[in-house]
Design a protein around this ligand. Structure first.
Ligand code: 2AM
Ligand code: CA
Ligand code: CA
Ligand code: CA
Length: 257
C-alpha cells in the first residue's frame, strides 16, 4: 500500500502532468531563456510547480518543498520534497513528446519515495524505499543484459562548458562499443533504466529535483546508482551513473580515463 506521502506525490504529479498535457496539445505558452539558448523555462513550468506545491503543502505543511521553479521553506529540516514540475523543457518547447513531472521525498541523504509521471504516454512510475518500483501498478525491474556491446546507453550534455572535454572523451569510448542516445529528461531516463528499456545512463551537473524521484525508482528496480567515477551518489552534487549491476561495472570501466 502506498503511504500517504506517496499518495500525495502521485496526486501532485498527475495534476502537474495534466497541465503540461493540456498546453502541449493545444494552447500557447510563453518561453523565457534562463542562461544559454537551450536553457528555457515557460509559464507552464511555473503553473505546474505552483499547483504541485499547493497540493503537497496542504497535506504536509511541515515538509519543505525544493522546486526548480519555486520552493517553500518551513524552517531547518533534514527532509524535503524535491520537485521538477517539467523535466525536459527543451523537448516540451520543441514539441518533442518526451518530458515528465518528477517528485522525490528524501530524509537526510536517503531516498524514501519517488514519483515520475510522463503525461503524454500516461506512464506513472513510482516507488518507496524497500518496497520496489512500479509502472502503472506493475512491478518493474532493470534489464538483464550483461554486456555493453549492443546495449542501449544514454547520457546528457552538460550545460557548463568546462565539462565538455570529459563528456566528449567518454562518448568517444562508449561509441566504440555501442550506440548512444540523449533523450532530454533526466527523470524519465532514470525510469527507463528502472523498467529495462535503457541499459545504462550517466550525466553530470544535474540538480536535486532532476534526480530525487528517478534515483529512488531506479534503485528499487535493481539499478546500482553512483557517481560516474564510482563514488557514492550525492543528491546535491548532481553527477549520476545508473545501471543494472553488471552493466554498471562495465560502464565504470569504459568511462575511466
Ligand atoms: P529541465 O528540462 O528541467 O531544465 C536535458 O538535458 C536534461 O538536463 C533535463 O533533465 C533538464 O532539465 C536537465 N538540465 C537542466 N538544466 C541543466 C543544466 N544547467 N545542466 C545540465 N542539465 C540540465
Ligand atoms: Ca530547467
Ligand atoms: Ca530538470
Ligand atoms: Ca524543469
Amino acid at each position: 500500500m502506498p503511504s500517504s506521502i506517496l499518495e500525495a506525490m502521485i496526486v501532485a504529479s498527475l495534476t502537474g502532468g495534466s497541465i503540461l498535457r493540456k498546453y502541449f496539445e493545444k494552447e500557447k505558452f510563453s518561453v523565457v531563456q534562463k542562461s544559454v539558448s537551450y536553457d528555457l523555462v515557460t509559464n507552464i513550468d511555473k503553473e505546474s510547480q505552483d499547483k504541485i506545491n499547493e497540493i503537497l503543502t496542504n497535506r504536509f505543511p511541515d515538509i519543505p518543498v525544493v522546486g526548480e521553479e519555486g520552493s517553500i521553506q518551513v524552517g531547518k529540516q533534514s527532509r524535503a520534497f524535491y520537485v521538477d514540475p517539467l523535466d525536459g523543457t527543451f523537448n516540451f518547447v520543441h514539441k518533442y513528446p518526451f518530458f515528465s513531472v518528477s517528485l522525490g521525498y528524501w530524509e537526510e541523504n536517503v531516498p524514501v519515495a519517488g514519483v515520475v509521471f510522463d503525461p503524454i504516454r500516461r506512464d506513472l512510475f513510482y516507488g518507496q524505499k524497500g518496497e520496489g518500483a512500479f509502472l502503472n501498478g506493475e512491478r518493474i525491474t532493470v534489464s538483464d543484459r550483461t554486456t555493453l556491446e549492443g546495449s542501449y546507453l544514454v547520457t546528457g550534455f552538460p550545460y557548463k562548458e568546462g565539462k565538455h572535454p570529459r563528456i566528449e572523451k567518454e562518448i568517444g569510448s562508449v561509441m566504440k562499443l555501442t550506440d548512444l542516445r540523449v533523450l532530454g529528461s533526466a527523470a524519465l531516463e532514470l525510469c527507463y533504466v528502472a523498467c529495462g528499456i535503457i541499459d545504462g545512463y550517466w550525466e553530470y551537473d544535474l540538480s536535486s529535483w532532476d534526480l530525487a524521484g528517478g534515483v529512488l525508482i531506479a534503485k528499487e528496480a535493481g539499478a546500482v546508482v553512483t557517481k560516474p567515477n564510482g563514488e557514492d551518489f550525492d543528491l546535491f552534487e548532481g553527477d549520476v551513473l545508473a545501471a543494472p549491476p553488471a552493466i554498471h561495472q562495465k560502464l565504470l570501466e569504459a568511462l575511466k580515463h
